[in-house]
Design a protein around this ligand. Structure first.
Ligand code: SAM
Ligand code: DTB
Ligand code: SF4
Length: 334
């Protein structure tokens, strides 16, 4: 029988999962995965940075923070037409969701109006839409929902007790507040974090515990492996053991059984065999396309071959006359 969805995980519960023998953990995670998902289906999203760089925040991992010398050129918000062209190309390549990122601390109301216009246009192509624009108030979240936005991405990034070592320009509570506004507006939540920032295993458990104890599990949980960018304070951090990364995916799958767990940033630096273990452990979503926001992602041909080698297929959004259903069809474009 399927395990109930829980929101009362203790740190000790989560730490005990991380401490399981690797094979035992993977077996449990894969069993949960099969109860809730097709183990051979992977949801495919494409990312586009619609407003790059020049960000006033100090997130220690981020190449887009204006205060770090990373070589990222600040750019203004892209036009609707330019975004639409990229969204069409992503759809043609087999993506079912188009995620738009902006390097803002929080958007101004007029920025939200412009993004709403972009969302309407992208949605019109029959793609699911996701945006990540920084902190939102309740009205802004409602405006985006009204424009047809499906998902809002806003990460907790790490455990509450490690957060202060990574970001000083906004608080953990600010993130929880934005997530509440997003949920209340009826948007689906995409919320996860980054591993490989020098956190302990217990702090990894703290991130996943916080995510799983939110009032609702995020529909999508991106697990990013830190992409180290020269010029950021975290450049040179000791890399995470790949098996600890796989464990993080497995524990996320067990804690949030019905959510899509995204094997997010860091795939370009990851061995194909480690990615295969992540899919077995419960990852069932990826970013597809040669770029994340400012850094690289595996090239499309490499991912097509990886899907073929592992007999994975991409999930596609099926459009009907009036609504867009996330029905699953077998589609081998990716
Ligand atoms: N500015 C908005 C914000 O911070 O909410 C949206 C864009 S921000 C780039 C989105 C997320 O990307 C961050 O919360 C972080 O989890 C992830 N990210 C940024 N730089 C990263 C890196 N170098 N490696 C892995 N993930 C990263
Ligand atoms: C998320 O959790 N990861 C994506 C997306 N949400 C917006 C961003 C990854 C960014 C990696 C660094 C870069 O390319 O700038
Ligand atoms: Fe700005 Fe977002 Fe990067 Fe932080 S993660 S510096 S808020 S773009």
């Amino acid at each position: 029988m399927a395990q109930p969805i829980r929101h009362d995980w203790t740190r000790a519960d989560v730490a005990a999962l991380f401490a399981l023998p690797f094979n035992e953990l993977l077996f449990r995670a894969h069993s949960v995965h099969r109860e809730h998902h097709d183990p051979n289906a992977v949801q495919v999203s494409t990312l586009l940075s619609i407003k790059t760089g020049g960000c006033p925040e100090d997130c220690a991992y981020c190449p887009q923070a204006a205060r770090y010398d990373t070589g990222v050129q600040a750019q203004k918000l892209m036009s609707v037409e330019a975004v639409l062209e990229r969204a069409k190309a992503a759809k043609d390549a087999g993506a079912s969701r188009f995620c738009m990122g902006a390097a803002w601390r929080s958007p101004k109301d007029r920025d939200v109006q412009k993004v709403a216009e972009i969302v309407r246009a992208v949605k019109g192509l029959g793609l699911e839409t996701c945006a990540t624009l920084g902190m939102l108030n309740g009205e802004q979240a409602k405006t985006l929902k009204g424009a047809g936005l499906d998902f809002y991405n806003h990460n907790l990034d790490t455990a509450p007790e490690f957060y202060g070592e990574i970001i000083h320009t906004r608080q953990y509570q600010d993130r929880l507040d934005t997530l509440e506004h997003v949920r209340e507006a009826g948007l689906k939540t995409c919320c996860g974090g980054i591993v490989g920032m020098g956190e302990t295993r217990d702090q990894r458990a703290g991130l996943l515990q916080t995510l799983a104890n939110l009032p609702e599990h995020p529909e999508s949980v991106p697990i990013n492996q830190l992409v180290q960018v020269e010029g950021t304070p975290l450049s040179g951090t000791e890399a995470i053991d790949p098996f600890d990364f796989v464990r993080t995916i497995a524990v996320a799958r067990i804690l949030m059984p019905a959510s899509m767990v995204r094997l997010s940033a860091g795939r370009q630096q990851m061995d194909d065999a480690v990615q295969a273990l992540c899919f077995f452990a419960g990852a069932n979503s990826i970013f597809y396309g040669e770029k994340l926001l400012t850094t690289g992602n595996p090239d499309v041909e490499h991912d097509r071959q990886l899907f073929q080698r592992l007999n994975l297929h991409a999930l596609e959004v099926v459009e009907t006359s009036s609504t867009v259903h996330a029905d699953i069809v077998e589609h081998c474009a990716a």
